[in-house]
Design a protein around this ligand. Structure first.
Ligand SMILES: [Cu+2]
Length: 200
């Protein structure tokens, strides 16, 4: 039994030496050789792609790369309530619009289980609030200038919100402050409203 183990040990040692390619117990490479190898395999500099730079910059300041929304033509505008749109799930489409004073917005219940309701702290002073019923198409006429933020009540936690600018954005500072507080309600899409307001 013990001779077997010795034999095995010898075999392992032989295998090890053969694998090394050197017979002695001296380090096979000199310090200089090691340095040369390390230098050769070390990566040269670092590669930064232009796309990464743009993404980094937009992560720091989203407003820099945001396209501003143009004034919608005509006096009547349709906003669809959708389960899925270009901007994500549970969404108003278009989520951000700029219209003229006195224009009408038609909210269309294209998909089920949505409504449109203003958020009290985020409409212009003196403007009327609205609260649509579930699955209900509603139309609102906006005579008071300013920024209106509304939501879908059952999907408020998913930031199913929308923004309408009527005429000049006279209350934008107040709305932005209120939005910063309000976004603590969002369990998903936490930056959606901030992104929408940046488009105005
Ligand atoms: Cu909804």
């Amino acid at each position: 039994m013990s001779s077997r183990i010795v034999l095995l040990n010898n075999f392992v040692l032989l295998f090890f030496l053969a694998g090394c390619g050197f017979g002695g117990d001296k380090d096979p490479l000199t310090e200089k050789q090691k340095t040369m190898i390390a230098e050769r395999i070390a990566p040269v500099g670092s590669v930064v792609k232009v796309e990464d730079l743009i993404q980094e910059r937009s992560a720091v300041s989203p407003e820099m790369s945001v396209d501003k929304v143009a004034l919608s033509q005509g006096n009547e505008h349709v906003v669809e309530m959708l389960n899925t749109g270009d901007g994500g799930n549970m969404i108003f489409d278009p989520a951000v619009i700029r219209v003229s004073k006195g224009d009408t917005i038609h909210f269309r219940a294209v998909d089920m289980s949505h409504n449109s309701a203003t958020i009290n702290s985020m409409i212009p002073p003196g403007a009327e609030s609205w609260t649509g019923l579930m699955n209900q198409d509603i139309s609102v006429v906006l005579d008071i200038e300013g920024v209106y933020v509304y939501q879908c009540d059952p999907h408020a936690m998913m930031a199913m919100v929308g923004v309408i600018q009527v005429g000049k954005a006279v209350n934008i500072s107040e709305v932005k402050i209120a939005a910063e507080k309000y976004k603590s309600n969002f369990m998903l899409n936490a930056e959606r409203l901030t992104g929408y307001l940046a488009q105005l």
